[in-house]
Ligand binder design. Sequence first.
Ligand SMILES: NC(=O)c1ccc[n+]([C@@H]2O[C@H](COP(=O)([O-])OP(=O)(O)OC[C@H]3O[C@@H](n4cnc5c(N)ncnc54)[C@H](OP(=O)(O)O)[C@@H]3O)[C@@H](O)[C@H]2O)c1
Length: 343
Amino acid sequence: MRRCFNLALLGAGHVAPNPMVGAVLVHEGRIIGEGWHQRWGEAHAEVHCLRSVLPENRHLIPYSTLYCSLEPCFHFGKTPPCVNLILEHKIPRVVIANIDPNPKVAGQGVAKMRAAGVEVQTGILEEEGAWLNRSFFHWIRHNRPYVVLKWAQSANGFIGRTGERVAVSGPLVQRLVHRWRSTSDAILVGTTTALTDNPKLDARLYGGKNPLRIVFDIEKKIPAEYNILDDSIETWVFGPARSGHFTRTHFFSSEDKINLPNLLQQLYQANRATLLVEGGAMLLKQFLENNLWDEIRLIEHPGSMGGDVKAPVLPVGMALKETYRVGMDNIRIFCNSSVSLKE
Ligand SMILES: NC(=O)c1ccc[n+]([C@@H]2O[C@H](COP(=O)([O-])OP(=O)(O)OC[C@H]3O[C@@H](n4cnc5c(N)ncnc54)[C@H](OP(=O)(O)O)[C@@H]3O)[C@@H](O)[C@H]2O)c1
């Protein structure tokens, strides 16, 4: 099953808002096929797995066990149901980590296989599977994007210095952040961050897909020549429209403060499953105070800095999920325990 998870992760950044899924076919302890869901709207993991079986091993398929990180699909979506494929290939045993929370599947895939005489085992490494697909699970159960808050803070508790762009974390962490961007569907920054840091908000240090950029600019403060207005990537600007020819930049005029639940609804309707909020402090605080967050990615730099923009206060009721070092910096990933990944 862990091999399935590793394969599933190869789809990160390419399949949203679908889940990442891996599948492995095993005959008498030997892997004879494997695959993963590679791109949204394209073949599922089970299809790639069965296609990968070499001609000399194909006669073993009806005597093998199929491991899937997610319940095989039951419905006709963009592709035919994987359950039919499993039955056509007469696979006798299927082992699954998570039942698909999509109401179009939700246990029906398992029921159909069992009714056809397939031995099905579910719940294997269920928690790890739910963590892997936390964005998708959240998306389908709560009808809003999975919100990740990210910030880097110094040992003395600052994230920045007014009017000056300062790097709080090391270069390796910057690459990691670009990886996080490439697996997010949208990134949001506040006006002051856009003005101070002039960020590009792309994933150039990691590669992969650039997410939708979102910035608040109600008072039209951001200079026209700033990176976020360069029209190079799809961008939503909440503020008055600008003159000039924009093809990828959309302006949403508003005189009032942006209502965050409405923004999340707009993202949900645009099929954006993960929102990465990159700061600054004032914006992060709003998400925290309204309990509109699901995960915090905290980067702790061991050195002190002369700053005046204070890091947000970590909320109570968090669960520490991961901790690791990248270069000199310590990364801690927390999830909001008031929002369950399980039913
Ligand atoms: N270390 C890190 O991880 C990190 C990350 C990002 C930023 N930073 C630093 O943080 C500092 C900026 O943080 P900050 O707290 O001063 O500002 P900020 O959060 O970046 O921006 C705050 C501004 O955004 C606008 N805004 C926020 N919420 C809004 C809403 N709901 N609707 C409409 N507009 C909204 C308002 O602009 P108006 O007042 O103009 O309306 C507000 O003053 C900079 O020094 C930057 O370098 C550090």
